[in-house]
Design a protein around this ligand. Sequence first.
Ligand code: CA
Length: 239
Amino acid sequence: MSLNDDAAERLLVVEDEEHLAAGLKLNLELEGYEVEVASNAREAGERLLRPEGFDAIVLDVQLPDVDGFTLCRKIRKSGNYTPVIMLTARNSAEDRVEGLESGADDYLAKPFELDELLARVRSMLRRRQWERRAEPTSGGARTQFGRATVDFESHEVEVDGAALKLTRLELDLLRYFVQNPGRVLSREELLEHVWKLRNYSTARTVDNFISRLRRHFEEDPQAPVHFLSVRGAGYKFVP
Ligand code: CA
């Protein structure tokens, strides 16, 4: 997290394949980012402890010491919610789901097009700026619905009085719902406003995240009362 908003945004690339890491570093630097490379999870952990922090992390799943899923869980557990884009080795559904479950914000299957990675990094960083500018919801940053209390400023979430950790993207999605109660929101709108992506092919990502919100907040995730599906149209939040 850069202290100075005018400073170049700082990225951490965690990738052990030297050629790929060097290529990513060069191309991200050409985009104007400041880039550090870690070639294993231990090194990544050390860099993440430094006070200057990062604005985003590009994390490869296949690392020589600890795999990217485990590292991502550790990062989140330590209370670090820096956006993570995960590079999965195969385009398998299990890897994508595991990546998102481990707290990643986005994923990209290898081999990927450089342009697509750059676009996704840009979209993650735009989302952060939007989040910083986002108006507090009515009555301040705190909101209450059903059994849940959410403080969007401190990121403190409680369900039935028990503290809950949400990933940055889960919070962003929840914030958008809370700001638009009772309105049907299409997957495309959610992708555009929350993910800052207009790539309709990732609409299933939205479904995945809705399931996560339901698991967090619904008494019976199979029979939701707050995060409703609207057939053929999208989703609707009912406080
Ligand atoms: Ca690797």
